[in-house]
Design a protein around this ligand. Sequence first.
Ligand code: COA
Length: 205
Amino acid sequence: MESNYYIFGASGHAKVVLDILFSKNYQIKAIVDDNPKVEDLFSIPVLKNENIPLSEYSKFVIAIGNNAIRKEIVEKSTYNYFTAIHTKACVSELATIDEGTVVMPNAVINAATKVGKHCIINTASVVEHDCVISDFVHISPNASLAGNVIVAEGAHIGIGASIIQGITIGKWATIGAGAVIIDNIPDYAVVVGNPGKIIRYNENE
Ligand SMILES: CC(C)(COP(=O)(O)OP(=O)(O)OC[C@H]1O[C@@H](n2cnc3c(N)ncnc32)[C@H](O)[C@@H]1OP(=O)(O)O)[C@@H](O)C(=O)NCCC(=O)NCCS
């Protein structure tokens, strides 16, 4: 029997994830949102969680941009998650991508890079060779990571940011839009500018 695909969340990010599934001709049964502001997205019904018929063929992806919320949903659930890679993403055969991660059009994931669970590798971002992207990370559109960069759990790399080779970005750190990162970044740090400077720390996840 064919899998039935479901998307958590009905926001703008969900539209882009939906587009990935359309690109793959996946059978999308419903969008799941307990507080839906819309009844459907591009003719796919938006249903409450309690109305989703679960079976071994039901597969889910969380289309919510907030890294901490994705983690919270995963920790509370036992769903079967799938990985959604747009047909126009460029993913090396030598890279690995774990369950629940979404990869947008024109993103590049190069050789020997490992991407964890429930990450967002957004439109036209570049993750070069030998990088390690941990669970619940978001690499925003047009951000570029050179080779051997490590991004710890839950970090958010802002739109258009650049990270030079060999850098480690700490867990739940935020790299501002357009920042240029030339030093390792501690856990929870919020960094902006070129070269990137810490302006504050995130309180928690
Ligand atoms: C870094 C960021 C999280 C900071 O947000 P914030 O904590 O609300 O910070 P504020 O807007 O209060 O700004 C604080 C200071 O940092 C500066 N600043 C904020 N973001 C900056 C950026 N990206 N580059 C340079 N300076 C920035 C502000 O000008 C301000 O400077 P001031 O104190 O001299 O006035 C946010 O600005 C940002 O860049 N987010 C990334 C968004 C993104 O990439 N979205 C993609 C979604 S797909």
